[in-house]
Design a protein around this ligand. Sequence first.
Ligand SMILES: Cc1ncc(COP(=O)(O)O)c(C=O)c1O
Length: 394
Amino acid sequence: MNTKKFDTVFVPTYAREGAPFTHGKGSYLFDSTGAAYLDFGSGIAVNALGHAHPALQKALRTQGNALIHASNLYFTQPQIDLAKLLVKHSFADRVFFCNSGTEANEAAIKFARKWARTISPEKYHILSFTDGFHGRTYGALSATAQEKFHAGFDPILNGFHYAPFNDMKAVRKLLRQYKFAAIFVEPLQGEGGINQATGEFLRFLRDIATKHKCVLVFDEVQCGMGRTGTLWNYQQHKVIPDIMTLAKPLGGGLPLGAVVTRDEIALCIKPGDHGTTFGGNPVACALGIATLSTVADRKFLADIRKKSTLLIEKLTALKPKFPAIEQVLGSGLLVGVRMKDDPSSIIAACRKNGLLLIKAGHNTVRFIPPLTVKTAEIGRAVAIFKKVLITIFQ
Ligand SMILES: Cc1ncc(COP(=O)(O)O)c(C=O)c1O
């Protein structure tokens, strides 16, 4: 199939090739030629329950038949139920729904600035960290401390400052220079290359955010919702943020993002300050309820941790055989194999062999299977990865 011809009708934001995908089942995706792929990318950490999960199909049918859209001028039951579930399962008192990760971070920037202005008009600066990723719209892009995403889109917004990830000294220095409204951090960086914030660094950020009266925002768009083996990544470090931003798996495959926060910050926002036509769509929220209720189950989370150990062990066992592997990193089912060089050709070869993987940073292969992945599928994925490494390196 000549897939190049599809390129002509799209703005080329992605370098895509291959036959279009037509359907999925469990951990597998199928394309229009009938080829099957083990999906260890999960639509970039979205399909937490895999493809065609019965709970999602049921929610889609039921809510789709009842009501597809009403707007945020009115309440809808799925939105109320999902907000209550998020509050029940997190530190938060209140929820704002939007459609994506970047929108969740935009809202978080605005909420933090509105709150900080109650303290001082100069308190509008935002601190974030190198190799973090917070989205592509201007606020979230400005908080994304990676030059490659800014290139060609200058000027980046005023008031955004960056420190090296896990570098406390650099944070202290910036705190002496600016009055910060918020500190944005991914506790486990996904796009930037599977980099874990140390517990010490997160505790330090918590302390200085409290001391300097700024809002600590954990972007758990990628690492939240069970992905790292606990419902939220912050639970592993026992550090509680003031705002957490969510998206990706939250809508079970439909666009849904959320900002969850405490009363003190939420109640600085008045009707008209912020909004969205589609955010918290009832069908997306119905799928969100099905996803969150499944993932929040203790046994489900324990199972993720077991499968994580298996995946990490199997990948680590490859390291002595392949010097091209530098390190196996990550937590839960957000796992990276850091290579010595750009792994794009490895990822392309894996796809040809029926395994979908995603690059993170410039040298890391990301393994983010559905949280429902079976142990046999983990074995199969690592076997394909190994076969590809043998072909390329031996
Ligand atoms: C941690 C994090 N924050 C924000 C985003 C942006 O999310 P979206 O693509 O839904 O706008 C991403 C997307 O990869 C992400 O990984």
